[in-house]
Design a protein around this ligand. Structure first.
Ligand code: ATP
Length: 681
């Protein structure tokens, strides 16, 4: 339909009508309009919620009603929410943003009313939930108090007044900001002070130094020197004690030399963790000439007790099976004769690969030589004595996939540079999971450090892993990309000699027939021997391969039977885990298990802020909190004593690597202590 006015009468010219009449409307739209169908709709519906300080709401008045408005200003959604929380026990559990899902806003009477339709809430047949969501108006951080009031509104359920929002643990705070501070919703140097103070009660000086190093390198405290001045004696106690023993004078007190030496140790830590000297972290720079120069990396690799290691070798070498002994002899022959070779130990799970590697490491280290143990994943690194992740030890770039020719950030003069020049053997466990570029980076680095053009600068390399297991993981990639990133596709692979372990020691030692069947099935699957369905392209699992369950609750019951009785038993916990590929399932399973444990839950919330303050309006804190990325902990972490947790990243390896399982031992709302479930130390 098209309408054109050829001779508009200038007198009654209505531009809007003219525009509407002159619009072209397609036949489809014309029919749609003639039948009065809705032109657009919103789903889910969004209700905007007011945010204002006490008596700060906008009030409209006329000359006639000014007095009445002053005495009795109309309610806003915020003041109506307070009244609702006073009178409705269900609303008391809700956050402001959750209210529109259960209540409708009556604009005439300015009250929230319970929904009459929707999905009824479990156990509350008279309460209905709808898909409607509530959105708070954003507030610029420049409007300080209003911004902090908003922050409280998205965190405190069921407030009954403005004063209620400012009340934390019975204390009424003067400002919303200090209430946020008391609820740990804001970043604050006081956290770090409390954290170190807490550590001083129970930790050794070296642990306090490591904690201080982590705080300096990753938490950007605003006044690091104040923390240093306050706790420098606590961090230097062991150094003082050593000095007292050396001088046989137990009255010897802290001196500037002792503090200087402590600073040197802390600086070494910071360089290792973040490659930054203390000066770049807002701290005084230590006087390196005055301090005894130490090479932390070299010290670390040579600090093993040779007598203990020798005893370990003597006790275990006779246990090696003939195929394990062949591998041990081959490697030790190369070590003793300084032969630079590249070996790949092809060992399916349970064939004793770790057993042989431990023995090789102990044998080399017992002669005070250096053997470097690295692994692609944190958990594999924890299983090797002195193991570290390849990324941390070799200073590999994090964006390996996108870098054309990545390099290790190690120079000849650094501690790690010296370790790599002097080491007799480098063992890389789970190398099949590593991107080929990381090995190529190590190859280039060793060639440079050792001044030799042969692969890996003629260093003896033992790669271990199993190509039947997980290949390198490349986000948003195709299987072809993964194959391309695989070590076998590197030019270096042509120089690799393969050694094989075939006997499953786990099965052999336990003499377990079902274990043998399971191991054979795994091998057949890894070797591509299981028949593939031509239509779906999937393999069919053998009927006796595993036990299938039908619900999450059944899975939990099977994996963690009788959890209330057993959950404080670390050995029991360390033997079981549920893996899920998606965060949403992980959160759901965690919540089900947590509700079964009767201990008091403590909530830890992340403080999420945008770097650019003006962007706070576009990315409000509740939006930042709602982002649930892989590799990041959830915004709200709920912990109870005894539950297992996994650190996603340890800034100061190698004791705790990412992936190590811990059990919560103490839960005080501050950074936690834990038992290690994966190994004892
Ligand atoms: N020669 C041996 N004598 C005694 N015990 C052994 C021997 N070889 C391996 N074992 C034991 O067998 C079990 C499996 O060995 P190990 O953990 O070294 O295998 P793996 O190949 O590293 O397995 P995975 O790849 O699953 O980690 C361990 O308990 C280990 O102590």
């Amino acid at each position: 339909m098209a309408v054109f006015g050829l001779q508009p009468e200038i007198k009654d010219f209505d531009e809007i009508v003219q525009y509407q009449a002159g619009r072209y409307i397609s036949s489809n739209e014309a029919v749609w309009r003639i039948l009065s169908f809705q032109i657009h709709e919103r789903s889910p519906a969004v209700v905007h919620l007011a945010v204002h300080l006490q008596n700060g709401q906008r009030v409209y008045f006329t000359e006639t009603n000014v007095q009445q408005r002053v005495l009795n200003p109309p309610d806003t959604t915020l003041t109506a929410f307070f009244s609702l929380c006073k009178n409705d026990s269900f609303a008391k559990k809700l956050l402001y943003t959750e209210v529109p899902s259960y209540y409708t806003w009556n604009t005439k009477n300015k009250v929230f009313e319970r929904r009459k339709q929707g999905k009824s809430v479990d156990g509350q047949p008279t309460i209905f939930k709808d898909t409607t969501i509530g959105r708070l108006y954003t507030v610029h951080p420049n409007q300080h108090e209003c911004f902090f009031l908003r922050l409280l509104l998205v965190n405190v359920p069921g407030p009954t007044s403005f004063e209620y929002l400012r009340t934390v643990n019975g204390t009424i705070h003067d400002t919303y900001r200090s209430a946020c501070q008391a609820l740990n919703l804001l970043e604050n140097d006081q956290h770090w002070d409390n954290c170190i103070n807490d550590a001083c009660e129970t930790s050794t000086p070296s642990q306090i130094r490591a904690l201080f190093g982590i705080i300096l390198t990753t938490c950007s405290p605003s006044a690091p020197t104040e923390l240093w001045e306050k706790y420098k004696s606590k961090m230097s106690e062991d150094i003082l004690h050593r000095k007292q023993l050396e001088t046989s004078d137990m009255t010897f007190d802290f001196t500037s030399e002792i503090y200087n030496y402590t600073l040197v140790v802390i600086e070494d830590l910071c360089i290792r963790m973040a490659n930054k000297p203390l000066q770049d972290l807002g701290m005084p720079s230590p006087n390196r000439i005055a301090a005894v120069s130490t090479c932390v990396e070299l010290d670390r690799e040579q600090s093993y007790s040779t007598s203990d290691l020798l005893l370990y070798v003597q006790n275990n070498i006779s246990k090696l099976t003939s195929e394990q002994k062949d591998i041990y002899d081959t490697i030790m022959h190369c070590v003793d004769n300084n032969v630079g070779e590249i070996f790949f130990l092809d060992a399916p799970g349970g064939t004793g690969k770790t057993f042989v590697i431990k023995l090789i490491l102990a044998s080399i280290r017992s002669k005070n030589d250096i053997a470097l143990a690295i692994a692609s994943s944190g958990i594999a690194a924890t299983l090797l004595p002195g193991g570290r992740t390849a990324h941390s030890a070799l200073k590999l770039p994090l964006n390996l996939h996108s870098t054309e020719t990545p390099t290790c950030n190690i120079s000849k003069s650094t501690g790690m540079g010296k370790v790599l020049q002097q080491c007799k053997l480098i063992i890389w466990d789970e190398c099949t999971m590593a991107h080929k570029k990381s090995l190529e980076a190590l190859d280039q680095c060793l060639k440079d450090l050792r001044g030799k053009s042969k692969p890996f600068g003629s260093t003896l390399i033992l790669l271990a892993g199993d190509f039947r297991q997980t290949l390198p993981i490349i986000p948003r990639s195709t299987p072809a990309d993964e194959m391309n990133a695989c070590l076998k596709n590197s030019n270096l692979w042509a120089h690799v000699k393969t050694l094989k372990l075939t006997t499953n020691m786990r099965v052999r030692l336990q003499n377990d027939d079902s274990g043998q069947t399971f191991s054979d099935q795994l091998l057949a699957m890894g070797n591509g021997k299981l028949p593939v369905d031509s239509i779906s392209g999937c393999i069919q699992l053998p009927a006796d391969f595993c036990n299938l369950v039908t619900s999450k609750n059944e899975l939990i019951e099977k994996v963690f039977p009788n959890i209330l009785k057993n959950y404080k038993n670390n050995k029991w916990l360390s033997e079981r885990a549920i893996l899920a590929p998606q965060n949403i399932d992980v959160h759901e399973i965690n919540n089900i298990i947590l509700t079964k444990i009767r201990d008091q839950a403590v909530l830890y919330k992340s403080v999420d802020t945008v770097l650019e303050p003006n962007e706070a309006v576009n990315y409000p804190s509740e939006f930042l909190n709602s982002i649930d990325l892989s590799g990041f902990p959830p915004h709200v972490l709920q912990l109870k004593i005894g539950v297992p947790i996994i650190p996603l990243r340890n800034i100061n390896p190698p004791k705790l690597c990412n992936g190590t399982r811990l059990a919560v031992k103490k839960n005080n709302g501050k950074p936690n202590r834990g038992h290690n479930l994966d190994r004892a130390f």
